[in-house]
Design a protein around this ligand. Structure first.
Ligand SMILES: *Cc1c(COP(=O)(O)O)cnc(C)c1O
Length: 389
């Protein structure tokens, strides 16, 4: 029996041809493919601006910088995410704190947020930025988060690394109706891929200009931005301390080719999810909740074991699935329990809903090329481990 990964890219001959044609063209990077990919992302999401970069981590960093996050500021996010959602605040010299999750959606909980904002206001330590992570591809309750953000004058970044192709209230995620900036990841385990890569979308010209500077050394040739008279056609100015976070044309060509199949990728994920939903319905597991406001990108299919109804621990169930060559995974270890964050002063017990979720969660394999037979193997294995004997 062969190993079934939890996620895997789908690369076609068209994808390969697109990349090879860039390889034999004049520009391997900083050519026409990056702006073309950015245009395609604007078209798809409905956002005005898109800045493609070399990872979602870089996109989060320049998003925070463009919002002015710095020393003395706070960034808040959810403990149930990849560490990058929080690290971006630390990169800027800001302090990071967390808001516990909603026990049904597993996303940042708006009522916990409201309570924490009220306390922070009294202590004069309101955050500058909230990073709302759309876990598994399902949008956070952005209406509530945006209402609170406006009330307390906080800026919002959507970390939609899991969510490209998803919708919130009928609109594509990334359109920024409820956020200042949205970030997507194109790592191969995500929904579409550029190998490494990410993007930040925004409707604000000022934020777009700042992110463009931070993406490439803080340097510009744009005559509208230059502070001095140009010395000549070679002239450029460094206006900020930026980085080299650029995406290459090779990556953008792959992204352009992949985005054509994005809707097909997401609808296949929904097909797989529906089959899991019906096949696992009788088992002692909690299946993913689908909120009526959302159409998920379905990067992940996470089940929660009802540990009081089975004799096994999460680790035992996980290990038995791995022994059956099923590449289950866990998303995520609560960020505040990581040693690095414990050294910053966080403790176990700080965010009980997140920690309870972590004790029960297992991500089942789900990817575009997953066959019915592979999915049956996952279902049968899980049934034989936790089902009635
Ligand atoms: C994958 C991921 C990231 C980081 O993406 P990279 O493109 O690998 O930098 C950030 N946040 C979340 C929620 C992710 O899943």
């Amino acid at each position: 029996m062969s190993f079934i990964p939890y996620g895997k890219q789908d690369i076609t001959q068209q994808d390969i041809d697109s990349v090879v044609s860039v390889l034999t063209s004049d520009y391997l990077t900083q050519g026409p493919k990056v702006p073309a990919f950015e245009n395609a992302l604007c078209q798809y999401t409905g956002s005005k601006y898109a800045l493609a970069v070399n990872s979602a981590t870089s996109a989060l960093h320049i998003a925070c910088l463009s919002l002015g996050l710095g020393k003395g500021d706070w960034l808040w996010t959810t403990p149930i995410s990849f560490v990058a959602s929080a690290n971006c605040g630390l990169y800027c010299g800001a302090k990071v704190d967390f808001v516990d999750i909603d026990p049904l959606t597993y996303n940042l909980c708006p009522s916990a947020l409201e309570e924490k904002l009220k306390q922070a206001e009294q202590q004069n330590r309101l955050p500058k930025v909230i990073v709302a992570v759309h876990l598994c591809g399902q949008s956070c309750d952005m209406k509530s988060i945006k209402r609170l953000a406006d009330q307390f004058n906080v800026r919002v970044i959507e970390d939609a690394s899991h969510a490209i192709g998803g919708k919130y209230l009928g609109e594509a995620i990334g359109g920024n109706q409820f956020a200042d900036i949205t970030v997507f990841s194109f790592h191969p385990v995500k929904i579409i891929t550029t190998a490494e890569g990410g993007v930040a979308t925004t409707n604000c010209q000022d934020l777009a200009q700042k992110m463009e500077l931070f993406r490439s050394h803080g340097v510009t040739r744009d005559s509208d931005l230059l502070q001095n008279e140009a010395d000549g056609a070679w002239y450029y100015e460094q206006l900020a301390l930026g980085f080299n976070y650029r995406m290459t044309d090779l990556q953008a060509a792959l992204g352009l080719s992949q985005i054509q199949r994005l809707d097909e990728f997401v609808s296949k994920r929904h097909e797989l999810s529906r089959r899991y939903d019906s096949a696992l319905a009788g088992l002692p597991v909690r299946l993913p909740q689908k909120h009526e406001d959302t159409y998920s990108g379905l990067h992940l299919y996470v089940i929660r074991l009802k540990l009081d109804e089975i004799e096994l621990t999460r680790k035992q169930v996980f290990d038995q699935l791995r022994q059956a060559d099923i590449g289950v995974n866990v998303h995520y270890i609560p960020i505040h329990t990581q040693p690095y964050y414990q050294d910053l002063g966080f403790s176990r017990g700080d965010f009980p809903q997140a920690e309870k979720y972590y004790a029960e969660a297992i991500s089942l394999p789900m990817f575009h090329l997953m066959t019915e037979a592979q999915q049956s193997r996952v279902i049968d294995a899980l049934k034989s481990i936790v089902g009635p004997s």
